[in-house]
Design a protein around this ligand. Structure first.
Ligand code: S3P
Length: 173
């Protein structure tokens, strides 16, 4: 295998990190969770960056760390839900590796995110109704960008292990 670089993209809560971990346990690539990468490099949590510096500053930081992380080889990188959607990030992603979009319905995302809103400043504190409206509108905007991924995988009702295997089959063809 030669200089493999795989990017997992998709909405918050679509399982990018869990699937990335499973995948790198199966094949011998390193795993990078891009949110963790940003937090380590910045020395602050994402919630703190949003709170103290605002989303706009976060997006600028995210773009500059993306430029850094795309230079690493033999790795699976699970990106933040918004990463592909700002600046020319999606173009950088697609030029530097293989991208896979983990697609999930709004209803599933709402269910999953209701349990995991903390640490996610964009949705922290929302109730089920607010969350559904927010995701519907936000996903509508983001979907055309996510759809530019080299591969799209329907992630409904599949375990992280199943998804990891499907992804590996897709990209190793
Ligand atoms: C965001 C998604 C988060 C994180 C930040 C913003 C987004 O990553 O980067 O809170 O804009 O969708 P996850 O998709 O890993 O939750």
């Amino acid at each position: 295998m030669h200089r493999m670089k795989l990017f997992l993209i998709g909405y918050m809560g679509s399982g990018k990190s869990t699937v990335g971990e499973k995948l790198t346990a199966m094949i011998h690539l390193d795993f990078i969770d891009f949110d963790d990468y940003i937090e380590k490099k910045a020395g602050k949590t994402i919630a703190e960056i949003f709170e103290n510096q605002g989303e706009e500053k976060f997006r600028i930081m995210e773009n500059s760390f993306l430029r850094e992380v795309i230079t690493i080889d033999n790795v699976v990188i699970s990106l933040g839900g918004g990463t592909p959607c700002f600046f020319n990030n999606m173009e950088l992603i697609n030029k530097n590796g293989i991208s896979v979009y983990l697609e999930m319905t709004v209803d599933s995302l709402v269910k999953r995110l209701l349990k995991a809103k903390r640490k996610r400043p964009l949705i922290d504190g929302m109730n089920a109704v607010d969350l559904k409206y927010f995701i519907e509108a936000n996903l509508e905007k983001r979907k055309p960008i996510y759809k530019q991924a080299h591969h799209t995988i329907n992630s409904e009702n599949k375990s992280p292990e199943e998804l990891a295997e499907l992804i590996w089959k897709m990209v190793s063809k």
